[in-house]
Write a protein that binds this ligand. Structure first.
Ligand code: NDP
Length: 399
């Protein structure tokens, strides 16, 4: 019986609230706080309607360590679940340390001024968390999060040595808009437009954004073009999977999406620095975010599926092996269950499961950790139970 404080009431926060409410034996008390209380109240009303559970709501500015500390001190939660934006990660980790509570997030820290994400600043909290007897679990979404657990599962059960990992992320859904992003547009566009990067033979290799493309046959979806991007789980997996020789991350994009993105980039709408307009300073990407559809609203008519997984190559019993571990998720089914589309769902469910692992004591040790650093088995069991069933198949052809 535990008390959880969720900060962030976007698409992911909404799914986390719904999924925690479905597991009352673990999450006996749920609070949902964000900048805009009306969003928290709307989610709480929907949770009440679907599961009968009451959720406490309120306002907090997660950029203010003092405000969050005083919220934690008044709420006394067992765990703070951060599903606000990556910009808030450091302030929230600091607040949890000061107020003495465990921490979980779904995305790694990113500075508002530079489109570059890395774990360095969050891992730097490790010694302080260890000394305080507190735990932080980083990146417990799908990718990062579940993809890391898939790798830990492969390491434990399927391989003696893992040599190559290709993380493949396909959203083959149709939301009916000419251009929209499936999670926060600002974060999403910053991620896609930065340089591509992958790790091979002991070093990071950089390539121009979206310049490497391959086709992959996704189960439940069919062949799709996918592009190499840098993604944060590569940084921790390089550290935590021994014998690794190469890791890459791929995401599918349709031609129309890429054409829109190219035009927006060419006209300067994806810039993250301030520009002067009519006596005001504006950040073009923030302005673009205000014009694009709210990702939380995309669920209504979303059809089609996502398929995300890890193609892993290595050695088992002295022989080469190649396996694909993946989940397929259906947008319309997610919407029927939680009122959210599959991208929010595939992030929110692993966030709830990560929180459950910590609160049940299955994943519990002082310090700052990524999800592949724990026993994958209870997490993998819960994926099957709470809406993200997975499969392992032999995969003959290389990516
Ligand atoms: P949204 O932008 O839809 O929601 C973010 C929420 O955080 C909003 O409710 C917003 O409040 C709130 N917020 C922002 N700034 C503050 C602040 N200073 N204080 C308090 N609340 C704040 O994002 P998503 O729900 O799509 O994504 C949530 C997180 O999940 C992001 O960090 C994203 O990067 C991550 N993510 C991870 C994935 C994974 O697989 N690991 C995949 C997809 C997303 P308001 O609306 O009032 O401004």
């Amino acid at each position: 019986m535990s008390k959880v404080l969720i900060i962030g009431a976007g698409g992911v926060g909404s799914v986390v609230a719904h999924k925690c409410a479905q597991v009352p034996e673990v999450f006996s008390h749920i609070s949902l706080y964000s900048r805009t209380v009306s969003k928290c109240e709307a989610i709480a009303a929907d949770v009440k309607k679907r599961s009968g559970r009451a959720i406490q709501t309120g306002t907090v500015d997660a950029d203010s360590v003092e405000e969050v500390v005083s919220l934690i001190q008044s709420q006394k939660p067992d765990l703070l679940l951060n599903v606000a934006l990556p910009y808030q990660d450091l302030a929230l980790m600091e607040a949890c340390l000061t107020a003495g509570v465990d921490y979980l997030d779904t995305a790694n820290y990113e500075s508002p001024d530079e489109a570059k994400f890395e774990y360095r600043q969050q891992w730097a909290f490790h010694d302080q968390y260890t000394a305080a007897g507190r735990m932080a679990l980083l990146g417990s979404g799908f990718d990062p999060g579940t993809t890391n657990v898939f790798c830990a599962y492969a390491q434990k059960h399927l391989f003696d040595e893992i040599h190559h990992i290709d993380i493949v992320d396909c959203n083959a859904g149709d939301h009916g808009h000419p251009f929209a992003t499936n999670f926060n547009p600002e974060i999403n566009i910053r991620e896609i437009t930065q340089e591509g990067k992958y790790w091979e033979a002991g070093q990071w290799k950089k390539i121009p954004a979206l310049s490497m493309k391959k086709t992959f046959d996704f189960p439940g979806v069919g062949p799709r073009d996918m592009y190499l991007l840098y993604h944060e789980e590569e940084e921790s997996l390089v550290k935590n999977i021994p014998n690794l020789k190469r890791i890459r991350f791929w995401m599918t994009f349709g031609e129309s999406y890429l054409t829109h993105l190219r035009v927006l980039q060419n006209v300067g709408m994806t810039r993250i620095d301030e520009v002067e307009y009519d006596g005001h300073k504006i950040v073009p990407l923030k302005f673009l975010k205000a014009l694009l559809p709210d990702p939380g609203s995309l669920g209504t008519n979303y059809t089609g599926k996502t398929c995300i997984g890890c193609v892993i190559e290595g050695i088992k019993n002295g022989k080469p092996a190649r396996k694909f571990i993946y989940n397929i998720c259906d947008h319309a089914e997610c919407y029927r269950e939680t009122g959210a589309q599959a991208v929010s769902y595939t992030t929110g469910v692993p966030a709830m499961i990560g929180a459950k692992m910590m609160l049940e004591g299955k994943w519990k040790k002082p310090g700052v950790y990524n999800t592949e650093q724990f026993d994958p088995d209870p997490f993998m069991e819960d994926l099957n139970q709470y809406g993200l069933p997975w499969k392992v198949e032999d995969r003959g052809e290389p990516v």
